[in-house]
Every structure is written in C-alpha cells, then in structure tokens.
Design a protein around this ligand. Structure first.
Ligand code: NZQ
Ligand code: ZN
Length: 400
C-alpha cells in the first residue's frame, strides 16, 4: 500500500426527510444563498420549493439560478458566478445531479475571484495539457444530491464543458469540497430508469478504474471497493424495478458518495482513463456521462485482459458477480460477460452509433482524449499510458 493523506472535510447528513434541515445546515455557512439547480426536475418534484422555504425559515435569503444543463457549460457557470457576486451571496447550494453540484462548485469559485472558470480548468481550454491549479478560494458550498451517480456531493472536484471548443475538463481543490452534503434518498425516487442505470454505472466505474490501475497491495481498499460494487449492482436493479424502494435508493446514494470520497482509492492512486475517454465523447456529443461509460467498458476490459492485470478483472468477477472459475483468463472473460449482462438488465447497454456518434469522429476524439484528458501514468492497468491508437481501438470496438 502506498503512503497517503486523506482529508474528508464534508459533513454528511443522511436520511429520510433530512432535506427539511437544509435551512439549519446552510445558515451555519451564510445568510444569502445562491441555489444552483437544473432546468426542470427540482421544480417539478417540489424539492426546490422545500429548500427555499427551509432556508427562509432559518433566516437565509436565497436567489435561484435554475439553468444548469446536464454536462454544465463554462459560460453558464460564469453567468451564475456574476449573479452570485451582484447579489452578494455568501453561500452556494448545489441542488440536483452531478451537473448542478459541479456547477455550484465552479460558481462558488467565480463568485470569489470574478475570473472566468476557464482560468482554473485543466488545460485552460487552450488545447495544452497542464496540471490542475488547486482552487484555494471559493464561497462555502452545500450540496443536496437528487441523483445517485457522481459522488460530487462530497468530493473536491467538478467537471465543466466548453461547448465551443468541445472540451470537457476538471477543476479541483480544497475549497471545492462541500462544507456539508444533505443526502436524502427520497429525493432520488423520481429519477427515471435510464438515469438510475447510468448513475449506477458511473459509481461502478469510479470503483473499478482505481481497482484496475492502482497499486495492487491495498487489500482493505480492494475489499471496500468490491463491497461497494456489489451494492451498485444489486440496488440498481431493485431501484429500477421499484423506484420508491427506500432501501434501494438509500444504498445507491451512499454507494455513489463512498465511491469517490477518497477512501476506496487511498493508498493505491489509481487513475481514470475510461472517464477521460468518456469526457471527450460527452464534450462532442453531449450524451449522459454514465451511458458513455457503459458503452466503453466492455472494450476497455478487453484491453485490460491483454495487460499484466487480467487477474484483477478475474478477482472482480469472483467477488462481485460470484464467478466460480479458477483460471484467471477464463474468469476475466466471464466477468466481461457478467458486466455486460448487468448493463443489459438495467438498460444501460448501448453503442456509440446508437447515441449518435459519427464513425469518422472516432480518430479525432481519440487524439482529443490524449490532448485534453492528458492520460498520464498508469492509465492502463498499471502498465502504460493509453495511446491514441488504443483509444481509437476501444471506440471502434464498441461503435455498433
Ligand atoms: O436538469 P434537471 O432538470 O435537473 O434534470 C436532471 C438531468 O436531466 C435529471 N434529474 C436529476 N435528479 C432528478 C432528475 N430527474 C428526475 N428526478 C430527479 N430526482 O437527470 C438528468 C441528469 O442529471 P445530471 O446532473 O447531468 O447527471 P449526473 O448526476 O450523472 O451528472 C453528470 C455530470 O457530472 C460529471 C459528469 O461528467 C457530468 O458532467 N461528473 C462529476 C464528477 C465529480 N464532480 O466528481 C465525477 C463524475 O465522474 C462525472 O464526470
Ligand atoms: Zn463518473
């Protein structure tokens, strides 16, 4: 196990009805909130009004910015950051899926500095890889997830898209870790089956990527990861069959948070190559993040089998899908089948062609993944950084 430092500063309030405590939580951090949310779901479900009322009751004024798109855009974030400044907001509430929560983090940054968010983006949207500038200053952030998927509720990162340049990239830093996250599983009852499935694939991917690519001598983390993967697999099926099943929704939400809060990958430093590939696809085609991950997984797994780590895929199959095959290569093959079957069962199985990707764009997107995603060390199963040709091969294999 590698040395590590782990800091998890987000206070987590979890449970049924806890959204009604929004006011008493948010008032610890500010007196005027910008509530950052998506275009329709939080209004439709009534949770936006509940949060506004709870804030008011606790003496917190609020302004609502309800124009965050899925795959949030840099220019929307900049506009909302200026609204926060003009209204003298001193706390940002991210209410919604990963897009609203990520946007809230970016807006909290712009609200303090007044600079456009691209100043903080990896690569600066200039086409050149650069390390992330850790963001040290932002308004305090409180997250209220309504969808179990990204883990943005309690991590220190966010992903922003520049649609003009078709780049999607991350910001990071200690100031972006939410002060508090209110996880009320009932808020996720209304998530439709497709987003429930895509969210489960997202958390599953956050887990397997570190598991394949990082240091192999971190058994505690491996077993935590396997347990979380089992929960994603099991409870996604239950939540899709019965959307108001509290236990299923609660387990999915808690799994999504734990998958990316830092514990699973501590001491092994795995990387996120499938995410880098998917971010290029959703930057160009604006598709659901989790769906893009589901499309890429089978071909990425095939490549993992060709590296020095088929035994990791075999172990995943044995521990998560109960595969009882001793030979590593055969077990790894059976794992791919099991994962694909799970995707099919929950309705997440798809192809690039089916989500509208043009075949002639695959090579360009492979190059873009290297350029914008900057796939560095250990990006393929501990052996080597993924090359553009390998990425092209993966995309080609899952084209149709
Ligand atoms: O836009 P609204 O009207 O809110 O509707 C959303 C959206 O259409 C809807 N939705 C959310 N909660 C709902 C609901 N519909 C009914 N009932 C509810 N309770 O679901 C749709 C998708 O929402 P979105 O927030 O876009 O999905 P997700 O949570 O998957 O977030 C995706 C974004 O997060 C980034 C992705 O790249 C993508 O931009 N990620 C952020 C990460 C992080 N901060 O650490 C890590 C992830 O790997 C990921 O990259
Ligand atoms: Zn993800």
């Amino acid at each position: 196990m590698l040395n590590f430092a782990l800091h998890m500063p987000t206070k987590i309030i979890f449970g049924k009805g806890e959204v009604l405590k929004s006011g008493e939580i948010v008032c610890e951090y500010g007196k005027k909130a910008l509530i950052v949310t998506g275009r329709s779901s939080t209004k439709k479900t009534g949770v936006l009004d509940k949060v506004i009322a709870s804030l008011k009751q606790a003496g917190v004024d609020s302004v609502v910015f309800n124009r965050i798109e899925p795959n949030p855009r840099a220019e929307t974030v900049d506009e909302a950051g200026h609204i926060a400044r003009e209204n003298h907001c001193d706390v940002i509430v991210g209410l919604g899926g990963g897009s609203a929560m990520d946007a809230a983090k970016a807006i909290a940054t712009v609200a303090v500095s007044g600079l456009p968010i691209h100043e903080y983006i990896r690569g600066n949207f200039t086409g050149k890889w650069r390390e992330l500038l850790p963001i040290q200053k932002a308004l305090p952030i409180v997250t209220i997830p309504t969808l179990a998927a990204t883990g943005s509720e309690a991590d220190g990162g966010a992903v922003i898209t520049n649609l003009k340049t078709k780049e999607k990239s991350g910001i990071n830093g200690p100031a972006l870790s939410p002060k508090a996250a209110i996880l009320d599983p009932e808020l996720t009852y209304t998530v439709p089956a497709n987003y429930t499935a895509d969210g489960a694939v997202d958390m599953f991917t956050h887990l397997y990527e570190g598991y394949f690519t990082g240091d192999e001598h971190a058994n505690v983390q491996d077993e935590i990861t396997e347990g979380l993967m089992r929960n994603a697999v099991r409870f996604a099926k239950l939540a899709i069959n019965k959307p108001n099943d509290y236990e299923a929704r609660a387990h999915l939400l808690w799994t999504s948070t734990l998958a990316l809060i830092g514990i699973a990958n501590a001491g092994r430093e795995g990387s996120y190559p499938v995410h880098a590939m998917e971010h290029t696809i959703s930057a160009h085609y604006d598709i659901s993040h989790g769906r893009g991950l589901a499309i890429l997984a089978p071909a990425y797994f095939r490549l993992v089998i060709q590296t020095d780590r088929p035994h990791r895929l075999a172990r995943l199959g044995r521990r998560v899908f109960d595969i009882a095959i001793e030979d590593d290569m055969q077990a790894a093959d059976a794992t791919i089948v099991a994962v694909v079957n799970w995707f099919k069962e929950i309705g997440a199985y798809d192809t690039l062609k089916n989500v509208g990707v043009k075949k002639e764009d695959l090579k360009m997107m492979a190059d873009e993944t290297i350029r914008v995603g900057g796939l560095g060390k250990n990006s393929l199963a501990g052996t080597h950084p993924l090359t553009s040709d390998e990425i092209f091969g993966i995309c080609n294999a899952v084209y149709e």
